[in-house]
Design a binder for this molecule. Structure first.
Ligand code: D9K
Length: 105
């Protein structure tokens, strides 16, 4: 039911936040520092924003939660070279998340 799905979301988010490669995604990208980000990335998302939405009961299912997590990784792929520190971190985190979902589903 919805409550147990949301409990799963809290565990999944805690595991994402604890990953060594989570650092680029823990806070919103500062578009005053990262030039071009505001223009290129139409729907910014990060783990702290997902945490706030989860705490404010703004996710209705695992699927809507997954949508925002995947948005973090899709934005990362759009803006960062695959062969870059942040690009690689994004690929690692997406693989980690997909593996977590296999375990939890
Ligand atoms: C996910 C991402 N995509 C593009 C550029 C930057 C980032 N992340 C930044 C988040 C704040 C710290 S940082 O500025 O070192 C890295």
């Amino acid at each position: 039911d919805d409550n147990s799905q949301l409990a799963v979301c809290r565990v999944l988010l805690a595991e994402l936040e604890a990953h060594k490669d989570a650092w680029p995604f823990l806070t919103p990208v500062n578009h005053k520092v990262i030039l071009g980000y505001r223009k290129v990335i139409k729907r910014p998302m990060d783990f702290s924003t997902i945490r706030r939405k989860l705490n404010n009961n703004l996710y209705f299912s695992l699927e809507t939660f997954m949508g925002d997590v995947n948005l973090v990784f899709d934005n990362c792929e759009k803006f960062n070279e695959d062969d870059s520190e942040i690009g690689r971190a994004g690929h690692n985190m997406r693989k980690f998340f997909d593996e977590l979902l296999q375990l939890k589903k």
